[in-house]
Write a protein that binds this ligand. Structure first.
Ligand code: FMN
Length: 179
């Protein structure tokens, strides 16, 4: 099973990246293959509909779309920016407009705003537009859940990450077994 983890912080080293790595580690422990993309380092250009229409993507975007198409499930991790998810993540999801992922399973996670679920709640609407199946357990952290190296350190949050990973894989296995 292949799972893509998209991290949408505009910081190269971020809490969101720490959260994405904690989720990745748990998914791997449970037997999944993962591709973690720290979008701020990946270099996707700004979404451009003409390029999409003409199918004239640059190599980075082509690779992103080709890799995305190999996935069985996705995880979107975002910082809270202005009571919402980040533009960096949304830009990547806009590139997914040409592919969409109907029936694919999605897990949602965020960091910021006193563990606010604002961003993940809003991402559920984005997921619906891509016809994805959203796993119900989400992980919403804030800065106090990390150590000084930005690794997830809060014990309760680690349990939540485990539950999140368990549910994501259970749901994905069910979907795969029916297709
Ligand atoms: C552009 C921007 C907007 C932000 N807006 C909010 C906000 O609306 N509410 C909030 O609680 N924190 C806000 N923050 C603070 C971030 O949520 C906080 O710095 C978070 O830890 C960033 O996560 P990261 O380390 O994964 O990038 C904002 C930060 C930035 C850079």
């Amino acid at each position: 099973m292949n799972i893509m983890i998209l991290v949408g912080s505009a910081d190269v080293k971020s809490h969101s990246l720490g959260l994405g790595k904690a989720i990745e580690e748990k998914l791997k422990e449970l037997g999944a293959e993962t591709t973690l993309i720290n979008l701020v380092e990946y270099g996707l250009p700004l979404y451009n509909r003409s390029i999409e229409r003409e199918n004239s993507h640059d190599d980075i975007t082509r690779r992103f779309l080709d890799t995305s198409l190999e996935m069985d499930a996705f995880v979107w991790v975002t910082p809270i920016y202005h009571n919402s998810y980040s533009a960096m993540l949304k830009n990547a999801l806009d590139w997914h407009h040409s592919t969409k992922f109907p029936g694919k399973v999605l897990g949602l996670a965020s960091n910021g705003g006193n563990r606010s679920p604002q961003a993940v709640d809003q991402l559920m609407l984005v997921a619906r537009s891509q016809h994805m199946l959203v796993s119900t357990t989400r992980v919403c952290t804030d800065e106090s859940d990390y150590d000084s190296d930005l690794n997830l350190s809060d014990e309760d949050m680690k349990i939540r990450v485990k539950n999140f990973a368990d549910e994501l894989l259970t749901l994905t296995n069910k979907v795969l077994s029916e297709n």
